[in-house]
Design a protein around this ligand. Structure first.
Ligand code: NAD
Length: 282
């Protein structure tokens, strides 16, 4: 029988730990504030932003909300970020992606003070991750490492395969698995023999962005499977990049969608906000 890795429960556990820490910090007179910027009103982004604000409220982190119109210029956005960089009362800055086409996402990410980069997307944060220095970790891959640890699954010495090489999931995931002493292979859209490579994996992380792409023919018997994908099917039901029904019986542990990786991303964002409040206080 396989283990269902319960991201909902584990993320709640993390949020409750953070809630206690925040209460302690409050007793010392320290308030934590996250600035959340959304440009335009993409419905999926609005849901994500709403969930992030709710998590802040639960933990006791203050949130400042900037809902900017679609036609906001890059200069206007950059000048707001600069203002927030300078604001001592703001600990973390989050710009919800994707941004409208006329705004250069890289320029926006680079404009955020790395000490307030709670998404972990700034080149300085990514560089620190690569060479094992302290810095903010990208929330989804950091959440996956936390899921594995809190489910008693060790990465050390394991054959790990990541499908996807995006800057926000695939690449940082590979580096974090490497940091945990896994033997890591990164696969992508130009990979040949994808199935054969996946079949070697003790731990398979799937971040391909295609509904139910991975079925049982990709799985080594007893593997751990982490499904990062989120898609809404025609019936309105959520599904992942993995065909759960076909794959689960062949695994030793698997994350469901919903209730797997998704809730962990927000929990790790909250973790980063708490860490951001400690920057420069030691
Ligand atoms: P992306 O589109 O940026 O990257 C997809 C990757 O898959 C690319 O690197 C590409 O090379 C690879 N790929 C595409 N086709 C392939 C193929 N046929 N074979 C092998 N590799 C292939 O996506 P992303 O931002 O990394 O997100 C991936 C999925 O995870 C999406 O479904 C997204 O919605 C979801 N996601 C979930 C969370 C969460 O919190 N759970 C966070 C971020 C992304």
């Amino acid at each position: 029988m396989y283990q269902i890795i319960d991201g909902k429960r584990i993320s709640k556990e993390i949020k409750d730990e953070l809630k206690e820490q925040v209460a302690e910090l409050k007793k010392q007179g320290r308030e934590i504030v996250l600035a959340v910027i959304q440009v335009g009103n993409d419905p999926a982004s609005s849901v994500y932003v709403g969930n992030k604000k709710k998590a802040c409220e639960y933990i006791g982190i203050g949130s400042l909300s900037y809902e900017l119109p679609e036609e906001t210029t890059q200069e206007e956005l950059l000048s707001l970020i600069e203002k927030l960089n300078q604001d001592e009362n703001v600990n973390g800055i989050l710009v919800q992606l994707p941004l409208p086409k006329h705004i250069d996402e890289d320029a926006v990410i680079c404009a955020i003070d790395p000490q307030k980069d709670v998404d972990g997307f700034h080149p300085q944060s990514v560089g620190a991750l690569c060479i094992g220095q302290p810095g903010f970790l990208s929330c989804t891959p950091a959440g996956i490492i936390e899921l594995l640890k809190r489910s008693g699954i060790s990465v050390e010495g394991k054959e790990c395969v990541v499908i996807g090489r995006s800057n926000i999931v695939g690449k940082p995931m590979a580096i974090l698995l490497l940091r945990e002493n896994g033997t890591v292979t990164v696969t992508h859209s130009r990979t040949q023999n994808l199935k054969e490579i996946c079949k070697r994996a003790d731990i398979l992380v799937v971040a391909i962005g295609k509904p139910k792409f991975v079925d049982d023919t990709y799985i080594k018997e007893g593997a751990v499977v982490i499904d990062v994908g989120i898609h809404r099917g025609e019936n309105g039901k959520l599904c992942g990049d993995v065909d759960y029904e076909k794959v689960a019986p062949h695994t030793s542990a698997i994350t469901p969608v919903p209730g797997g990786v998704g809730p962990m991303t927000i929990a790790m964002l909250m973790h980063n906000c708490v860490e951001a409040s400690k920057v420069g206080t030691n």
